[in-house]
Design a binder for this molecule. Structure first.
Ligand code: PMP
Length: 408
């Protein structure tokens, strides 16, 4: 059996999305900027997708000119942050959190090397951002930009963007607020005229929502002080040069249309029920396991488990042997043996931080897959514990007498 539970890494392209975009790879291949008639259908298709994205974010009130198509969330984040810095030479203070995706965190580190001052706001054991620390970090007339993600890709923990952006604007209307909403799109409400009315910039990625890889969006509110980073062409109203990825954009539009229809439906509740079933069963069957961020508001599709006394990489390897794809959120992505910066920021104890596994579900996940994982996972953990130096195989308990477990 093949079980795919790594949907926060990438998702399969939906059938409807595939059939909508395919013509733009062959018979409608034309460059949308060309002046002849054949170029009309791709140009119109891009315009239509832009309208769909705008509607998704707030209907009539969102202008399609505020939507920039990019190559994905990494580019959107880079462009949002560097573009804000470029347009505001008078302000040099930036704020972010310690648990952002590297596509934000590394950009801020680079800004620091370029002379900006950056405040990294910490999180607590559950992954919640400290509102007190956040407010303390805001500096009227000095802070240029705040960038805080909507939902964490490793733990699924949700940040209160509505509050954070309101507090930012109450401090100083001139501070720009950006959110990386990549993992939250289609799962959490985001209306740029409603709960997100104080958000100036927002990033998302196609391949997390059943559209293809290599396409994303950067929303920039009209009037925001921002300058383009990618220059050398008139495309995207001069804000992102380069021939449009027409097929990708059409696919993204279709994927967002599907999400739009889905929002009213029971899809998310079904995903949550399967995720909860998985968590409950594994907690019941395996000792010394905890769920990172369990008491925080979380995405319905994500669970991040720490299995004490074993290595996440070992677990992933064994899961792979059973045909199960998951992620450990640490060494595999960084190429080093460092534990995840997100779990480190949450102060997950040493015996647990290395044994973390993330399962992320999608609308295509079915109950048989979850049951299969529930069946094989406890065996895998037991097998790895039997060869762990922290585990007493004979007594089947941890070897260390005093083990600090995470506060649950
Ligand atoms: N931000 C977050 C929160 C993500 O989860 C990801 C993808 N892992 C990215 C940014 C980068 O997205 P992309 O692959 O589209 O560049």
């Amino acid at each position: 059996m093949q079980v795919y539970l790594d949907n926060n890494a990438t998702t399969p392209v939906a059938k409807e999305v595939c059939s909508e975009l395919l013509p733009f790879l062959n018979e409608q291949f034309y460059n949308p900027s060309s002046s002849y008639r054949n170029a009309d259908p791709p140009a119109k298709a891009v315009a239509r997708a832009r309208g769909v994205v705008a509607r998704f974010f707030g209907g009539e009130g969102v202008d399609s000119k505020e939507i920039i198509f990019t190559s994905g969330a990494t580019e959107s984040n880079n462009s949002a942050i560097f573009g804000a810095l470029k347009a505001n030479p008078g302000r040099r203070h930036l704020i972010t959190s310690t648990v952002e995706h590297p596509a934000v965190l590394e950009v801020f580190k680079e800004c620091k090397r370029m002379g900006a001052e950056v405040t990294f706001v910490p999180v607590d054991h559950q992954g919640n951002i400290s509102l007190k620390d956040f407010v303390r970090a805001l500096r009227p007339r000095e802070t240029l930009l705040v960038s805080i993600m909507y939902a964490n890709n490793e733990t699924g923990v949700i940040f209160p963007i509505e509050n954070l952006s309101r507090l930012t604007k109450e401090t100083d209307q001139g501070i720009l607020f950006h959110t990386d909403a990549t993992q939250a799109v289609g799962k959490l409400p985001m209306n740029l005229n409603g709960n997100f009315k104080n958000v100036d910039m927002l990033s998302l990625s196609g391949h997390k929502i059943h559209a293809p890889k290599g396409v994303g969006v950067l929303y920039i509110r009209r009037g925001s002080a921002w300058r383009p980073i990618q220059i050398g062409g008139h495309q995207e109203h001069g804000r992102r040069a380069g021939t449009e990825n027409v097929a990708g954009i059409v696919g993204l539009g279709k994927a967002m249309e599907l999400l739009w229809e889905e929002q009213a439906g029971p899809v998310l509740e079904n995903i949550r029920a399967l995720r909860d079933k998985l968590e409950c069963a594994l907690l019941e069957r395996i000792p010394y396991v905890h769920i990172n961020g369990r008491d925080a508001p979380r995405l319905p599709n994500t669970t991040n488990l720490s299995c004490h006394f074993i290595e996440g990489e070992g677990i992933l390897y064994q899961l792979d042997e059973y045909g199960i794809s998951a992620s450990s959120g640490s060494a595999c992505t960084s190429g080093s043996l460092d534990p995840s910066h997100v779990l480190k920021a949450m102060d997950v104890p040493f015996t647990a931080i290395h044994g973390s596994v993330r399962f992320s579900l999608s609308r295509f996940t079915v109950e048989e897959e979850i049951d299969y994982v529930i069946n094989v996972f406890p065996e895998i953990v037991q097998r790895l514990r039997n060869i762990s130096p922290y585990w007493d195989q004979e007594k089947n308990i941890p070897r260390q007498e005093k083990v600090i477990l995470c506060s649950e």
